[in-house]
Design a protein around this ligand. Structure first.
Ligand code: IMP
Length: 428
């Protein structure tokens, strides 16, 4: 029995798709446990074909794997159908995809409210993806959400949408000066879409637990990252769910004691999308270098990512918060050709050295990186197959990150392709 959690250790976009893909053939199940189509995973197949996935678990690209959209996910029906047909058009078998009956549906009014709220906040905006994620989770917590299983009872579904829209329309019209949404139109639209995915709705929690009892391997795939977690991230510049490892049990319906491995995905430098503090952010030519060499553009929104050096304070924090047992270090190749490679080992906050995440939001806003410098390497490492193939200085950089982060770096990505991964210790 093995349940493995895959979690981004920074602000998301660490390259989780590559890790899922590496584990692919050893998995029987891949489960998304939180988030929605605010996520974007890029997977490059051996034949060079590239897939960008948003809502659907990346196990869909590995034949024979069962894929589950867990109860913790928010599902935009239109996006789901478009993503499914995009995969089917490229001959990907999607028959094994199931949607938890308890997953919340992201409705057109959630998208409308997300966009107007951000506009209203002006320069205080969160920089959301504009996909309605926050408003959908707000409804879930306020107990006025609509769940996947609701589309199986059209009367109940219509009642829930009408009740939700009563308040939403007041907000849209009276606060934001927008047009009201017609309940009957929303009901019709979503029920028509539901015809395309109704057959996939299932009670996925017992299926997953039975699979674990049979000894099958389940990957619980997080989206976003540790610092975007609504509890443990850089609040309020976070997403509205719990990507951290504890969220994997809640968002899939398996017990926490079933989790045997927590695999953190860690980029060899740092990136962030949207607003909020970012101590190692670079505003000079090195920031441009990382963005360009690393191809740092959001898969979902196409927005340019903010770039900075590796931050070991964050990595240490992620190791603890998630109970990370192994790291997959991605994009090491992007750092080739630097004379020296900076690592942020601590912060200076208002004149004092701080080794942990500051307690207050103000403290984190004031945090200035304290750098240590490692000698760089100039060799092209994209064809290295083993740790020993790496130049000595690249090995030293990895070992120092491992020491500072507090968990074993088991895999190292040296390029985007499926075969461009060095495995130091097998995950499964
Ligand atoms: P939301 O999830 O759309 O509400 O956006 C909240 C914050 O999370 C914003 O700063 C987004 O840019 C960020 N965010 C959401 N999803 C991702 C992701 O998959 N990668 C990186 N940042 C993300």
């Amino acid at each position: 029995m093995a349940a493995i959690v895959l979690i981004g250790a920074q602000w998301g976009d660490e390259g989780k798709g590559k890790a899922t893909d590496l584990l692919g053939e050893k998995l029987q199940w891949v489960v998304r446990y939180q988030g929605g189509n605010n996520a974007g995973h890029t997977v490059v197949l051996p034949n060079g074909e590239t897939f960008a996935l948003h809502l659907i678990p990346s196990g869909i690209l590995t034949p024979g794997v069962n894929n589950v959209i867990g109860n913790g996910v928010v599902v935009d029906p239109g996006v789901l159908l478009t993503e499914l047909s995009g995969l089917e058009d490229r001959d990907v078998d999607t028959t094994g995809l199931m949607i938890s009956a308890d997953a919340h549906l992201l409705m057109p009014y959630h998208v409308a409210i997300d966009k107007v709220t951000e506009r209203f906040l002006g320069n205080k905006k969160i920089g959301t993806t504009g996909r309605g994620i926050g408003p959908c989770y707000q409804d879930k917590i306020a107990r006025v959400g609509v769940r996947a299983a609701d589309v199986l009872d059209e009367k109940i579904f219509a009642q829930k949408v009408e009740a939700a829209l009563e308040l939403k329309n007041q907000i849209l019209v009276k606060i934001y000066n927008r047009r009201a949404l017609e309940p009957a139109q929303v009901v019709d639209e979503v029920l028509t879409q539901a015809e395309g995915f109704k057959h996939r709705i299932a009670n996925t929690q017992p299926l997953l637990n039975e699979a674990l009892e049979r000894g099958e391997t389940v990957l619980l795939e997080g989206s976003q990252g540790t610092l975007l977690d609504v509890d443990h991230g850089t609040y309020p510049y976070v997403t509205s769910s719990n990507p951290t490892a504890g969220g994997a049990a809640v968002g899939s319906g398996i017990g926490p004691n079933k989790i045997t491995t927590v695999l953190g995905i860690l980029k060899a430098y740092t990136t962030r999308v949207g607003s909020g503090p970012f101590p190692t952010e670079l505003f000079d030519e090195w920031g441009e270098y990382l963005a360009k060499t690393g191809g740092e553009v959001g898969v979902t929104t196409g927005r340019a990512r903010r770039c900075g050096w590796f931050d070991a304070v964050i990595a240490r924090y992620a190791t603890r918060i998630n109970g990370i047992t192994d790291y997959f270090l991605t994009k090491l190749d992007v750092l080739s050709s630097l004379d020296r490679v900076p690592i942020c080992v601590a912060y200076e906050v208002d004149g004092e050295r701080v080794d942990e995440m500051p307690m207050t939001q103000t403290g984190f806003h004031h945090a200035k990186p304290v750098y240590e410098y490692m000698p760089g390497w100039w060799e092209d490492i994209s064809q290295c197959k083993t740790f020993d193939d790496l130049p000595k200085t690249a090995q030293d950089y990895v070992l120092r990150l491992e020491e500072l982060s507090g968990a074993h770096i088991s895999c190292i990505g040296v390029g985007p392709g499926r075969d461009q991964t060095i495995v130091r210790r097998a995950i499964i």
